[in-house]
Design a protein around this ligand. Structure first.
Ligand SMILES: Nc1ncnc2c1ncn2[C@@H]1O[C@H](COP(=O)(O)OP(=O)(O)OP(=O)(O)O)[C@@H](O)[C@H]1O
Ligand SMILES: [Mg+2]
Length: 287
């Protein structure tokens, strides 16, 4: 069976700085991998590169997903559309369109397999709507299907984003700080949901997390970045405070946050649901 993800010598340089430096790793189907690193270490850039939202440098390596090249030599593959269907991504800021019903937001997960006019006119066949309702039911949100997305709590919005990924039929889920804006109880529910998807459906997970206790609790493997370079790849059980200090020096405290695995960022404000189509929605529509 091919690897879920193969990254060969990934380098990404922005005009002002290098965000990824020669990063290589493989992830097998069904693995749960935490991507850790201090702020600015390259986690989001890496995740965005894995689904083709970011192009690597032209003289850089490649990204393969389930054995097929997604990008290489700074170019996205010709069959990027088909590949993207297999890769779901959720973000810290939920990326739902707040003024639209939850169900419609979930239905945008089908953008890649529907004609563009259906997505733009939000006219989806009954069969697709039934599948979207099933996806919402599986994340415990069937009762909220016809509410505006902006009226959901942060945790509910994140679960709706997961439902969209389910409807899309993704086999690989990239989650970029999916719980950083959530209270402890919502954090637990969202992380438990990701764990359940992994265990019951074999969904491969790559989750960037600031909070190492959370990474240890939910993932068996950690990839650690520092200044865009991969500095450690191994079991999350290795991530002791002493080891993190060895890897990160004085920056280690940022990753250890609070000691409690689900008590992260209790004081973070709950961000409002976005009210305009976001980059994800744009990407889905463009796909
Ligand atoms: N579009 C961009 N243009 C220029 N520089 C960028 C861009 N996106 C990211 N960077 C830079 O690349 C580096 C890595 O950023 P990235 O967002 O990947 O880090 P991160 O690990 O996700 O950080 P955080 O934990 O704060 O989300 C940072 O120095 C950032 O300023
Ligand atoms: Mg980030």
């Amino acid at each position: 069976m091919p690897s879920a993800v193969t990254v060969h010598h990934a380098t990404k340089t922005f005009p002002t700085q290098r965000a990824l430096s020669n990063v290589s790793f493989e992830v097998q189907p069904g693995e749960r991998v935490a991507l850790i690193g201090a702020s600015g270490s390259g986690k989001s850039t890496l995740l965005r590169s894995l689904c083709g939202l970011e192009r690597l440098d032209a003289d850089s390596g490649s990204v393969e997903v389930f054995g097929r090249q997604l990008q290489g030599g700074g170019r996205l593959s010709a069959d990027i559309r088909a590949l993207r269907r297999q890769v779901g991504i959720i973000f810290q800021q939920f990326n739902l369109v707040g003024r639209l019903p939850v169900l419609t937001n979930v239905l945008t997960g089908l953008a890649a397999e529907q004609p563009l006019w259906r997505t733009l006119s939000r006219s989806f066949p009954i069969e697709a709507q039934a599948r979207a309702l099933d996806a919402l039911a599986s994340v415990g949100l069937q009762a909220h299907a016809f509410q505006r997305a902006s009226t959901l709590s942060g945790g509910q919005q994140q679960r709706a984003a997961v439902a969209r990924v389910l409807l899309q039929g993704a086999r690989l889920l990239l989650a970029d700080e999916p719980v950083a804006s959530l209270d402890p109880e919502s954090t637990r529910r969202v992380m438990d949901l990701l764990l359940e998807l992994n265990r019951q459906q074999g969904m491969t997970l790559i989750v960037s997390l600031h909070n190492v206790p959370l990474a240890r609790r939910y993932c068996e493997r950690a990839i650690a970045l520092r200044n865009g370079a991969l500095i450690h790849d191994g079991p999350t059980s290795d991530l002791t405070p002493q080891f993190l200090e060895h890897l990160y020096g004085s920056a280690a405290h940022e990753l250890l946050a609070d000691g409690d695995a689900t008590d992260n960022q209790t004081t973070a404000p709950r961000p409002a649901c976005v009210t305009v189509p976001t980059r994800l929605a744009e990407a889905a529509i463009a796909a």
